[in-house]
Design a protein around this ligand. Structure first.
Ligand SMILES: [Zn+2]
Length: 211
């Protein structure tokens, strides 16, 4: 097995991830980039020393499975409009990861699911997100387009529309899911740094990107 790459790529990515908070949320003074004592990279700091921390956001989603087939949704909005992905979105404050994944799944596919095992955790530093994808058992509902989707369809493991996926996380999670099925595999070595999502072509667009 190839060893995991080990490096700090923080210098490769902008501190602000394309969003530019100009003023301190605590006191309203202007923020500047400054390396703090005993720190390793610049932070956004105001004259009074309040630090505006910048951290990746958490995206949660599921691969809803029934009778060995996975449901995917076709996106109705950018990024990745017209392409397929698993249901998912930003985790809300106060929500457990699995609960957010269930909520996003029901909003985007109208399927009722029980969230199960973690398929994988996918870092996308260039998009400022970490995505958690769970397998989920479909326990009810009806596959219908919902928020942000035009079509929901089920695919067997050999029918995945690999060339029509919206995001690199969709490809990674589906590949991991297929490789985890009996008689498949082995699981691949996860990537640490992945580029190429549609979001990167429009930096600074807040949007509903899943990474
Ligand atoms: Zn301040």
């Amino acid at each position: 097995m190839t060893p995991m790459p080990q490096r700090d790529a923080s210098a490769d990515y902008p501190l602000t991830l394309g969003e530019e908070p100009a003023f301190c949320p605590a006191c309203g003074q202007a923020l500047v980039e400054r390396v703090l004592e005993e720190d390793h990279r610049p932070r956004l700091v105001c004259p009074d020393g309040h630090v505006t921390w910048r951290n990746p956001r958490v995206v949660v989603g599921t691969l809803p499975v029934r009778d060995g087939r996975v449901f995917l949704a076709r996106r109705s909005i950018e990024p990745g409009v017209g392409r397929w992905t698993y249901p998912g979105g930003y985790l809300e404050v106060g929500e457990a990861a699995q609960e957010g994944a269930r909520r996003e799944t029901e909003e985007e596919t109208r399927l009722l699911v029980e969230v199960g095992r973690l398929i994988g955790a996918y870092s996308r530093p260039s998009a400022g997100v970490v995505t958690l994808v769970y397998e989920a058992a479909v326990v009810g509902g009806e596959a219908l387009p919902g928020v942000e989707t035009t079509e929901v369809r089920e695919f067997g493991p050999d029918q995945i529309p690999w060339s029509e996926l919206a995001f690199t996380t969709a490809e990674s999670a589906l590949r991991d899911w297929v490789d985890s099925l009996p008689g498949r595999g082995p699981r691949h070595v996860p990537e640490l740094y992945v580029t190429g999502d549609p979001r990167e072509e429009a930096p600074g667009e807040p949007g509903e990107a899943q990474g």
